[in-house]
Design a protein around this ligand. Structure first.
Ligand code: UT7
Length: 327
């Protein structure tokens, strides 16, 4: 009996898009009782991008996807799977992935959204990787896109300084193990703990209030879970794939707070120079933050083909986990 080929998902291209409008901490200090110093000291954030009034999540996703396709030197018609990770969809339905597909003028792919909030990109990556490994898709667009500016309570200083808008995308290509060599997604592992759903949520939704609601968060609680759960997740995924922390070239985690990123890195014994930080410029863009950070690091010439990357993320659910990817 012959075994089916196990395809490998290799990153063929990465792209990103940030809306033009930039809000500094000083801009927010005009709206609520906060200061640049407080925001930088507690979060590392200096500025964030906000979408224009007529700019929707699907628009950001389409622009990030076009950038990733260009970098992958792929045509949109080669794409047979589009997954969008978002917690700020254009509409309740159809999916933002379907609306992005329409903007991209692709009519061949299966397109759908996944809801993993700030861990959403890793969830989309895992789902796409499974499709590719099973031969159910050949070339996938995996996009994280958000307009969290629409979910912020502008009067709540505990949350309104934290978030920004943007989108990041990767093109995944199915390759035989021979062609892929050691490149590709090694593995993604995620976990959910619904008992903790009340520490990070929106106070509305289609079935409860009929409107999207605003972000509510017990910041300190989320912070503590983030540090312990992300450290634990990294230890487990490294052990599973028999990789030591010294083998990791880059740590590119979800960008919520530089203190969380540095605490996790310190617990893992990861040196500072291996950490990619973009939270200072992008703030927390939820599902978009990991691909945006990857895109930024590639543009800066830091991440190069063959580098081994550890990704991590945690979001409302709580849902959290890690991915190991050889770029
Ligand atoms: O992406 C999803 C995952 N999300 C996260 O990972 C976020 C996790 N949490 C955090 O990053 C941090 O908890 C925050 C950045 C949200 C808050 O930092 P903190 O060091 O935990 O501050 P805190 O909530 O303990 O607040 C300290 C003080 C409070 O004043 P009192 O009660 O001590 O008088 C707050 O009212 O800071 C006050 N405060 C502010 N002051 C100025 C809260 N927000 C602000 C603000 N400006 N924007």
């Amino acid at each position: 009996m012959t075994h089916p080929v196990q395809w490998r998902s290799v990153i063929a291209g990465v792209g990103g898009y940030l809306p033009h409008r930039v809000l500094t901490n000083d801009d927010l200090a005009k709206v609520v009782d906060t200061s640049h110093e407080w925001i930088v000291e507690r979060t590392g954030i200096h500025q964030r991008h906000f979408a224009a009034e007529n700019e929707l999540t699907s628009h950001l996703c389409a622009k990030a996807a076009e950038c990733a396709l260009k970098n992958a030197e792929k045509d949109i018609n080669e794409i047979d799977l589009i997954i969008v990770a978002t917690a700020s969809p254009d509409l309740t339905f159809p999916s933002t992935a379907a609306l992005t597909q329409k903007l991209l003028k692709n009519s061949k792919a299966l397109a759908f959204d996944v809801a993993g909030v700030c861990a959403g990109f890793l969830l989309a990556l895992q789902v796409a990787d499974n499709f590719i490994r099973l031969g159910q898709a050949k070339t996938a667009l995996v996009i994280g896109g958000e307009t969290f500016s629409r979910l912020i309570d502008m009067e709540d200083r505990r949350t309104n300084v934290l978030f920004g808008d943007g989108a990041g995308a990767v093109v995944l290509e199915g390759m035989s193990p021979e062609k892929a060599g050691n490149r590709g997604i090694l593995g993604v592992h995620l976990q959910t703990e619904g008992q903790l759903s009340d520490i990070l949520y929106t106070d509305g939704g289609p079935s409860s209030t009929g409107h999207a609601g605003k972000i509510r968060m017990s910041g300190q609680e989320v912070y503590k879970h983030a540090v312990t759960k992300l450290t634990d997740s990294a230890v487990k995924i490294l052990a599973k794939y028999n990789i030591t922390i010294n083998d990791i070239d880059w740590f590119i985690p979800h960008q919520a707070n530089v203190r969380i990123i540095e605490s996790v890195a310190q617990r893992l014994n990861l040196p500072r120079e291996k950490i990619v930080v973009t939270v200072d410029k992008h703030a927390n863009t939820s599902a978009a933050s990991i691909p945006l950070a990857l895109w930024t690091a590639i543009q800066e010439g830091r991440v190069k083909p063959g580098d081994l990357i550890l990704h991590e993320g945690i979001g409302g659910g709580l849902i959290w986990g890690s991915a190991l990817v050889r770029y």
